[in-house]
Ligand binder design. Structure first.
Ligand SMILES: Cc1cc2nc3c(=O)[nH]c(=O)nc-3n(C[C@H](O)[C@H](O)[C@H](O)COP(=O)(O)OP(=O)(O)OC[C@H]3O[C@@H](n4cnc5c(N)ncnc54)[C@H](O)[C@@H]3O)c2cc1C
Length: 407
């Protein structure tokens, strides 16, 4: 590995965005990626001829999401249909009056967060004592934030909600495939985890198992969990960044794909919440894009428990919840085809970042300007954290800062 002007650590959405911005500017750029693939938490796999997103799947805030234009320019179709996740197929297990009450509880909790925010900044402290729909709100937090409400900064959560748009679109060929395809023709060193960064003259040296290289500027895009664990040793003056990363842990969300024996058993593009009165329950997207699949989504403490038990146990849990709503025959006809375990995955340790109560300001600390190490990645976004478009924007900003530094 030769010395470079800019080293980009991580080939996820942020690293790809940074590489794209730097490409063609006459600089030596190298992307160092710990795994053997591009995309990071954006990952489309092909199973039985179907593209499945194990990581990001929804183009959130779609009307202002830059991946929409990138998709269209790159020949990827964009599905603009409304998401089905706010609906309950045939109101199964969730009568309309309960749906209305649960929705009201969600709105009232939001109003309390906004109008009477808890002094603790813990989102759980805005729940009504003994509230009938508290478990439902916990389940939603699991999906949205990957965490329980007691670990969630109310201020940070509101910063996202206030900036987010209502439209959520999809890429039938896979969001992960789109993001990976956006990597420009820059060199990528795969299977090359950066282990240490040291000051070295007017630049830095990076240590990897494949040897060392020098760079004038480094863009660090690894997930906060990776930084907080000290997987990359940094010069002491970046301790504040590592502490900030620890205050922005990755919550957990996992997906599981079950193939339907009888695809006509349920309507396409429909949805079921497993148990609206349980904090640990699955969200089941039935026949996404009309495919013969159920895409199961688990988040928060429930996802942590299921991930520890393994994919087969998670599939059994999903069959049980779906069987209770759609009948035992339907549940028997579900075959496990793929699933994620982001918490155990090397180089990730979770799914998306949230701020711990009292630490919404950690995002600005992590993303603060510097003359050698520029931090990027979804957790650095002040409002679009936890998303692929937020990650892209931080990568582009870091690349612009690198260009300014290098004159
Ligand atoms: C299950 C799930 C569902 C999601 N759903 C959505 C969604 O619908 N919409 C949405 O917008 N977002 C969603 N997200 C979040 C989105 O995927 C992420 O926010 C985004 O992809 C993060 O990109 P990133 O570049 O910041 O980080 P990453 O994708 O984590 O990229 C960092 C890269 O660094 C590499 N790396 C780690 N350590 C090292 C090292 N020491 N040296 C070199 N390389 C290293 C990693 O292998 C990785 O490739 C979801 C995520 C998950 C897991």
């Amino acid at each position: 590995m030769n010395d470079v002007d800019v080293a980009i650590i991580g080939a996820g959405a942020a690293g790809i965005g940074a590489a794209r911005h730097l490409n063609g500017r006459g600089l030596e750029v190298l992307v160092l990626e710990a795994s053997d693939r591009v995309g990071g938490r954006a990952w489309t796999i092909g199973v039985e001829g179907l593209p499945l997103d194990l990581g990001c799947g929804w183009l959130h805030s779609a009307r202002r999401n830059p991946w929409v234009a990138i998709a269209e320019q790159s020949g990827f179709a964009v599905e603009r249909r409304d998401a089905a996740w706010t609906t309950q197929l045939q109101d199964l297990g969730f009568p309309p009056a309960d749906q209305a009450a649960a929705h009201r509880a969600f709105e009232q909790w939001h109003a309390r967060l906004r109008d009477d925010p808890p002094a603790s900044d813990s989102a759980a402290d805005a729940l009504p004592h003994g509230g009938e729909w508290n478990a439902y709100l916990e389940a939603l937090s699991g999906y949205i934030n990957g965490s329980s409400l007691s670990d969630l900064s109310a201020a940070d959560y509101l910063a996202y909600v206030d900036a987010a748009g209502d439209e959520d679109w999809r890429v039938p060929e896979g969001y992960g495939a789109l993001i990976a395809s956006y990597l420009p023709p820059v060199p990528v060193a795969f299977a090359t985890p950066v282990l240490r960064i040291r000051d070295d003259g007017d630049g830095v040296s990076l240590e990897t198992p494949r040897g060392c290289l020098r760079a004038r500027v480094v863009i660090v895009t690894v997930a906060t969990t990776v930084l907080a664990r000290g997987a990359i040793r940094l010069p002491e003056r970046y301790d504040d960044r590592c502490h900030a990363a620890a205050r922005l842990p990755l919550g957990l969300a996992n997906k599981l794909f079950l193939r339907l024996t009888d695809p006509e058993a349920v309507p396409p593009e429909s949805h079921l919440l497993g148990n609206p009165r349980a904090a640990e329950t699955g969200s089941y997207y039935l026949r996404p894009f009309g495919r013969p699949l159920v895409e199961c989504f688990f988040g928060g403490p429930g996802a942590v428990r299921l991930e520890a038990e393994g994919l087969d146990a998670t599939a059994a849990f999903a069959r049980e919840e779906l069987g209770a709503l759609l009948g035992a025959d339907f549940a028997h006809g579900l075959r496990l085809v793929a699933g994620s375990a982001w918490g155990q995955a090397d180089g990730f340790g979770g799914s998306y970042s949230h701020a711990l109560p009292g630490h919404a300001d950690a995002r600005a600390v992590l993303a603060a300007p510097d003359d050698r190490l520029l931090f990027a990645g979804e957790a650095c976004s002040p409002t679009d954290f936890s998303t692929a478009h937020g990650a892209l924007a931080t990568g582009v900003s870091a690349a612009a800062a690198a260009l300014a530094l290098l004159g």
